[in-house]
Design a protein around this ligand. Structure first.
Ligand SMILES: C[S@@+](CC[C@H](N)C(=O)[O-])C[C@H]1O[C@@H](n2cnc3c(N)ncnc32)[C@H](O)[C@@H]1O
Length: 482
């Protein structure tokens, strides 16, 4: 099994296709919570005069449809009798609605996660009180109530919402082990003593007990320092403030470090099947664990790839499921135009532009920030991505945008080859001379996806990330090595 790898795709398919039985030591999953909201990523530059771009990262709205009905039937037909009975009773009680659609989606995935977990392994399911009561019933059926270890309350503070109720300031994390075996991995963690204990005994070990007659002996301190008190199940850890988030719903690294430290050893394999911007993967890498991340959007994969590279320069990681050749890029464009766009932008390190574009930015899909003057003014290289037919009109539109906004450069990234008039139009746009580089760059550039596969990159003044080091092909699947 490959490790230190990011998979793009639906985790149900990836788990079934690539992850063998009993191969993972620790699973952390932070799935959508059925919050009925869309989650947006805000792309913004530090100290920038640009307005931030907002791009929908994922949807958390569920509905009962043919897919939910099929998932329900699958649970009834193929899972254990206990789970099938529970799910069918829940449908009876709750009805065929959004909650049930969410629960069958989770039941099929939790069944696969149980399969891939080692006998000594643990799973941590992150959710909130909207669904936690239902999810615990499902977990009990799949992992067994005897393997329930903790309901961890992650407490944080956030802006008050002003409803006529108490402020909701916690998430729930269910911790189950695969078995009751005493060989299961658990490293005891400690927390600080209560203030009153610290005041009375300081940090030294305390001995207390009873004498032979059963009378309490007054507590006394020893020479040795105490490790603290055993970590309990209410964790006070600050949230990542929205302004600092790389990704909506990003969880704090300290939370993930605690889970990884408690339930795995160095060299163990940690799996996050809903990995978002990869907090669990960063914590695992930092603590010398191997890791596997899965996410269903190229946006998350691109953010995660950048984050891992920023945290661990020179890291060797593999991405499986990204297009590796023209036919697979065409297939992605056919399946989902937005996923194609995000993937294409990540190839040249451009950030998505977001849905709310001003009229003046018509046709612009992404931007690459550029600073090339002594006054450090932020400029933008604008990028337009096309997966369908292209003609000279598209290029004229892009030229119009850069001239109207005084942007130094424009790039058209296209799946189809450009026509002759397009090449002529690009040449007619002339050159941009960069003050710092003291070099001229073609103002309008056309790059095809085939060019990118052949290693070509835009000719622009800002430093580009290193090109992909190698491409490998594992039996029946392809991967990018970066
Ligand atoms: C709540 S976020 C995870 C955030 C993550 N814990 C972090 O710290 O960044 C849930 C993620 O699950 C992904 N997702 C949703 N459904 C999925 C599926 N079926 N397979 C794989 N990923 C999925 C979404 O794209 C989203 O990135």
């Amino acid at each position: 099994m490959e490790t230190n790898v990011l998979y793009y795709g639906d985790n149900l398919d990836i788990l079934r296709k690539y992850i063998p039985d009993g191969s993972v030591d620790l699973i952390y999953l932070d799935p959508p919570f059925n919050s009925k909201k869309d989650y947006n990523i805000l792309f913004k530059e530090d100290d920038s005069q640009w307005s931030p771009a907002q791009v929908k990262a994922f949807e958390d709205t569920w509905r009962w449809d043919a897919q939910a009905e099929a998932a329900y039937q699958e649970v009834i037909d193929t899972s254990s009798m206990r789970l099938a009975k529970l799910i069918s009773a829940m449908r009876e009680g709750i009805g065929a609605n959004d909650v049930m659609a969410y629960l069958v989606m989770m039941a099929t995935r939790l069944t696969e996660l149980h399969r891939v977990l080692k006998a000594t392994g643990s799973v941590y399911l992150h959710c909130d009180p909207t669904m936690s009561h239902y999810l615990k019933l499902v977990l009990d059926q799949i992992f067994g109530p005897r393997n329930f270890r903790n309901e961890i309350v992650w407490h944080y503070r956030k802006w008050p919402t002003g409803r006529l109720q108490f402020q909701r300031n916690h998430d729930i994390i269910f911790f189950y082990s695969k078995s009751e075996s005493l060989a299961r991995t658990f490293n005891q963690l400690f927390m600080e003593r209560a203030a009153s204990t610290l005041q009375r005994f300081g940090t030294k070990k305390i001995i207390s007990g009873r004498d032979q007659t059963g009378q309490r002996i007054p507590s006394a301190t020893m020479e040795e320092d105490s490790l603290g008190v055993r970590q309990d199940d209410v964790w006070d850890i600050g949230r990542v403030p929205p302004i600092k988030q790389l990704f909506p719903t990003e969880k704090p690294l300290a939370l993930l470090e605690r889970i990884v430290s408690a339930s795995s050893k160095e060299g163990d394999v940690v799996l996050d099947p809903f990995c978002g911007c990869g907090t669990a993967l960063v914590a695992s890498h930092k603590l010398d664990r191997k890791w596997i991340g899965i996410d269903i959007t190229h946006l998350a994969i691109a953010v995660m790839k950048r984050r891992l590279q920023d945290h661990f320069p020179g890291i060797r990681l593999e991405i499986i499921g990204e297009p590796m050749d023209l036919p697979s890029a065409q297939e992605l464009a056919r399946q989902n135009r937005y996923q194609f766009q995000w993937w294409a932008l990540s190839l040249i390190d451009a950030r998505p532009m977001g849905e709310k574009k001003k009229g003046a930015d018509k046709g612009v899909d992404g931007v690459i920030p550029l600073v090339d003057t002594p006054d450090k003014k932020l400029k933008r290289i604008v990028v337009s991505v096309k997966s369908g037919k292209v003609g000279v009109g598209i290029l004229r539109e892009l030229r119009g945008v850069i001239e109207a906004n005084n942007d130094p450069l424009g790039i058209l990234l296209t799946l189809e080859s450009p026509t002759e008039p397009m090449v002529t139009e690009a040449a007619a746009a002339g050159f941009y001379e960069s003050p710092i580089w003291q070099k001229k760059f073609p103002r309008l550039q056309i790059l095809t996806i085939a060019d990118i596969f052949q290693g070509k990159r835009p000719n622009i003044p800002s430093p580009m990330p290193p090109p992909k080091a190698a491409t490998i092909n594992h039996e029946g699947r392809q991967a990018n090595l970066i």
